[in-house]
Write a protein of this length. Structure first.
Length: 221
């Protein structure tokens, strides 16, 4: 593992607010940091895209709810999550993007769904109520301020409610430089399962990992 270059100044961890990160790797002039507490890997904030460039990339995403392959992908989260829900549960798809496929699939199963996305469904009123469950699919890796966002989600969950996260867990340091997930310039934070466990402990959430890349949290009653 490379040592921290003298010219770089370590930022604080955006996930757990630990004050001192360790230089993990620099790939094509982009430094990445590792938090020794929550074990998140973070892109240096100086390399984040601006909001206009970020949205241009999001506009290219084709998350078609009619695509059978994409539905199978989302079912990795939907199937174990819905086993925990009552039929009358109401949910929020947080970070739904331009094509809210997950909400469509959950609506087909009879759940009342609300949408929120800062670019495509920027409706602040949706953040003024609480929900039985929240889904956050392929969103967590884009967050510039996970500490604040997870606090927001905790406030939006009813006691006993469920939060479903899907993000590709970072497991292999040796392959990080060539990892497809790292190559997306909008991905700025990478979570290990231990990182998600750390987040759960912060809020007292109970964590389940039914399959790789899926985390289900239950808020205490």
């Amino acid at each position: 593992m490379a040592r921290e270059p003298a010219a770089l100044t370590a930022p604080a961890c955006t996930v757990c607010h630990h004050s001192t990160l360790r230089h993990f790797l620099t790939v094509r002039d982009v430094p990445y940091w590792r938090c020794p507490v929550c074990e998140a890997t973070l892109m240096d904030p100086g390399c984040w895209l601006d909001s206009v460039s970020e949205k241009q990339i999001y506009d290219l995403h084709d998350n078609n709810p009619a695509d059978p392959g994409y539905r199978r992908f989302l079912a990795k989260l939907i199937d174990p999550l819905t086993q925990q829900l009552t039929p009358a549960a109401s949910g929020l798809e947080f970070g739904c993007g331009p094509g809210p496929a997950l909400a469509t699939m959950l609506s087909e199963r009879g759940f009342a769904m609300t949408l929120y996305d800062p670019y495509y469904h920027p409706q602040p009123a949706t953040l003024d109520r609480t929900y039985d469950f929240i889904t956050c699919t392929e969103v967590a890796e884009h967050l510039h301020d996970p500490w604040t966002t997870f606090g927001l989600l905790d406030g939006l969950l009813k006691p006993g409610g469920w939060l479903g996260i899907m993000t590709c867990f970072q497991t292999d340091d040796d392959r990080f430089a060539n990892w497809h997930y790292r190559r997306d310039p909008t991905h700025v934070v990478f979570y290990r399962e231990s990182t998600l466990a750390h987040i759960g402990r912060r809020f007292g959430w109970r964590l389940q990992v039914p399959v790789k890349d899926v985390a289900l949290f239950q808020k205490p009653l």
